[in-house]
Design a protein around this ligand. Structure first.
Ligand code: IMP
Ligand code: MG
Length: 176
C-alpha cells in the first residue's frame, strides 16, 4: 500500500488552476461561443478538472456524466473498459466535448468517442484532458485540448486516484 508520506508534489494547486483557465480560453477561442456545447464528464477521475473547466467556458453549456473504469485497483490499464453508467441523450447534431482526467493507453476515450459517434447523433466530438501520458498510447487517438503532458509515472490528486484514494488532493502528486 502506498502511503501519503511518500507522495511528492508534481504540480501545485496554483499552477493547475492557472493552466485550466488558459485551456478554457483556448477552448472558448476555438468554438463559436453562441452555439450550445455539451460537456461530458468521465467519472470519477475527471470530476475536479470538469468542474473547474466548466466555470470558465462561455458558451451555453449542458453538463452530462458517464462512469467508466479501466484500471480497477491497479496502476496499469486492464485493457478492457467497464461501463458503469453510459446513459447519454441524443445530441441532435450539437457539439460535444468529452472531459477526462488523463489519457494513457487511449482505450477509455477511444471506446467512449466511438460510442458517442455511433449512438448519440452528436455533431462535432472533441476531447479535453488534464493530462496526456503520450508514452503509454496504444490506440490511435489524440486529445484536442490537453493541459499538461506527463511521462510514465503514476499520478494522484485533483480527481485521480490510487485504489480509490487521494482524489480529494488539491494538487497532483506522485509516488517515488
Ligand atoms: P486509458 O484507457 O489507458 O487511456 O486510461 C485512462 C484511465 O486510466 C484514466 O481515466 C484514469 O482513470 C486511469 N489512469 C491512467 N493513468 C493514471 C495515473 O497516472 N493515475 C491515476 N489514474 C490513471
Ligand atoms: Mg478516468
Amino acid at each position: 500500500m502506498k502511503k501519503i508520506e511518500d507522495l511528492k508534489v508534481l504540480i501545485d494547486n496554483k499552477t493547475l488552476i492557472k493552466r485550466i483557465k488558459e485551456l478554457a480560453k483556448e477552448i472558448n477561442n476555438s468554438y463559436d461561443i453562441k452555439k450550445p456545447l455539451t460537456l461530458i464528464c468521465v467519472l470519477k477521475g475527471a470530476a475536479m478538472f470538469y468542474c473547474e473547466l466548466a466555470k470558465y467556458l462561455k458558451m451555453p453549456l449542458k453538463m452530462e456524466f458517464v462512469r467508466l473504469s479501466s484500471y480497477g485497483n491497479s496502476t496499469k490499464s486492464k485493457g478492457e473498459v467497464k461501463s458503469l453508467n453510459l446513459s447519454l441523450p441524443n445530441f441532435e447534431n450539437e457539439n460535444v466535448l468529452v472531459v477526462e482526467d488523463i489519457i494513457d493507453t487511449g482505450l477509455t476515450l477511444d471506446f467512449l468517442v466511438k460510442f458517442i459517434e455511433h449512438n448519440c447523433c452528436a455533431g462535432d466530438v472533441k476531447l479535453a484532458v488534464l493530462f496526456d501520458k503520450k508514452c503509454a498510447r496504444k490506440y490511435d487517438i489524440k486529445p484536442d485540448y490537453s493541459a499538461f503532458q506527463v511521462d510514465d509515472k503514476f499520478i494522484v490528486g485533483f480527481g485521480l486516484d490510487y485504489q480509490g484514494f487521494y482524489r480529494n488532493l488539491d494538487y497532483i502528486g506522485y509516488f517515488e
